[in-house]
Design a protein around this ligand. Structure first.
Ligand code: ADP
Ligand code: TYD
Length: 229
């Protein structure tokens, strides 16, 4: 039995994807600032996390030794976190006509649990259809060399090292995976050269978002009396 959610009729759902250290968080913040300056109501969020329950799952899945969870257990944890995030944060914001900018989403699961940690892409897709059923309107895949991503990510010294401990070969496999995914979902994905000053990358992201917003018209909240368009 499917619990597929209906597509969001309003708002704009933007995601940023790419290997660790590619600059997603930096660009999510700059994009949020740029769109707010244009007058848009923006919610900036991230995965895993983005709602109180999902943030608790984040700690479970990102801390500890690399072999703490199997790829299958990880997939279930990331999916549970995503479902909560959708219910509590993303869909309510989209229903109010907001722009949601999310640092990682289902494409990360397609790559990390689907091809690099294990060969689980079919299971990832089946679970996504069953429990999530939401794709972004617009996805930026920020592309950088694996060595560069690893050096940047390791420079951060955060406590969430579990995935960064997987090393360079894994980063290279993920980069190739993200580029292939951008071809697979070419309608919504834009590959962005990340090896440039942050302000240059940010300008390109904002231009693409602006073009998308002008093509699809102004965002408007659902009229509660009339229901979704
Ligand atoms: P991600 O969210 O993809 O892991 P971050 O935005 O956290 O990446 O960036 C990782 C590190 O690299 C941070 O220290 C950040 O300041 C730095 N950084 C981000 N973008 C750039 C860039 N375009 N050039 C150089 N350093 C960058
Ligand atoms: P994140 O905090 O975005 O890491 P970074 O800033 O280094 O890019 O994400 C944490 C890690 O979680 C990252 O290595 C990718 C991994 N991840 C998955 O394996 N599956 C998923 O579905 C998601 C959303 C993230």
């Amino acid at each position: 039995m499917s619990v597929r959610m209906t597509p969001s009729p309003t708002g704009l759902f933007i995601t940023l994807e790419g290997i660790d250290g590619s600059g997603k968080s930096t660009q999510a913040q700059l994009l949020a600032e740029g769109l707010r300056a244009m007058g848009y109501d923006v919610v900036r969020t991230r995965e895993p996390g983005g709602s109180p329950g999902a943030e608790e799952i984040r700690s479970l899945v990102l801390e500890g030794p690399p072999d703490r969870w199997s790829a299958e257990s990880e997939l279930l944890l990331f999916t549970a976190a995503r479902r909560d995030h959708l219910e509590k944060t993303i869909r309510p914001a989209l229903a109010q006509g907001k722009v949601v900018i999310c640092d990682r989403f289902a494409d990360s699961t397609r790559i990390y649990q689907g091809i690099t940690r294990a060969d689980l892409r079919n299971t990832v897709d089946a679970l996504h259809d069953l429990m999530i059923g939401q794709e972004p309107d617009l996805t930026y895949v920020i592309d950088i060399a694996p060595e560069q991503g690893l050096a940047r990510a390791q420079g951060r010294q955060a406590g969430e090292q579990r995935f960064e401990d997987f090393g360079l070969a894994m980063q290279a496999k993920m980069r190739a995976g993200f580029l292939a995914l951008a071809c697979e979902f070419s309608q919504r994905c834009h590959v962005i050269e990340g090896n440039r000053p942050p302000s240059q990358v940010a300008a390109e992201l904002l231009n693409i978002a602006r073009a998308h917003l002008s093509r699809f018209g102004p965002l408007a909240p659902i009229d509660a009396a009339k229901g979704p368009a």
